[in-house]
Design a binder for this molecule. Sequence first.
Ligand code: ADP
Ligand code: ZN
Length: 216
Amino acid sequence: MKIVILGAPGAGKGTQAANLSVKLKIPHISTGDIFRSNIKAGTPLGKTVKQIIDNGGLVPDEITIEIVKGRLSQEDCRDGFILDGFPRTIPQAEGLELILDQMGAKLDYVLNIVVTDAAIIRRLSGRRICPDCNTGYHIDHDPPMEEGICDNCGARLIQREDDSEDTIISRLNTYHDQTEPLIGFYEERGLLANVTGQYRIEDTTNEVYKVMGIKE
Ligand code: ADP
Ligand code: ZN
């Protein structure tokens, strides 16, 4: 199964992608995670993209497409994958079509998780993340057992640099300008399925299962 998950920052793409990855036993590929781990490891790529990401901008298409191309060519992607956070622009979507053509593959589903801007802003400003094991939390909806500490590994939770108030606004603007047009792009190709991301995580998961005909 080859799946793209679309949606604004904070719509819950990562959460749904992680769940589907376990359920369908196919890799979860998050360009955001790839960039963040490169930043953390201080690689040349990390150095190139840090400033852009911290400011809420987008990494240039050529760089992003190359990374995804490399990742999709790995053995574990042969029977399927879930792309989370890619494509984010029309040129990236065209790049993906080209990559898939070359692989003789095509997408099965593009799931668009729909959430209002107001909910996005509330969500992202309360989001916390474990710098060691990457588990996500929310101070209101999904707090850790002990404040500021990862349930999973005991590390001290942090706020992502790009989850600061100003950056959230610019990420949302970037989303509306550059990523939202992908909804039409995939609708035209008959691949789009909208699911609501406004309420509980399980509600979204159930809608996703329904769209894809997966039994719980
Ligand atoms: P979110 O979806 O919550 O914004 P991500 O982890 O997907 O978070 O992405 C974080 C940041 O990484 C983005 O704001 C952007 O700067 C960069 N990024 C991630 N994916 C892409 C992409 N496909 N193209 C360009 N930049 C990207
Ligand atoms: Zn942790």
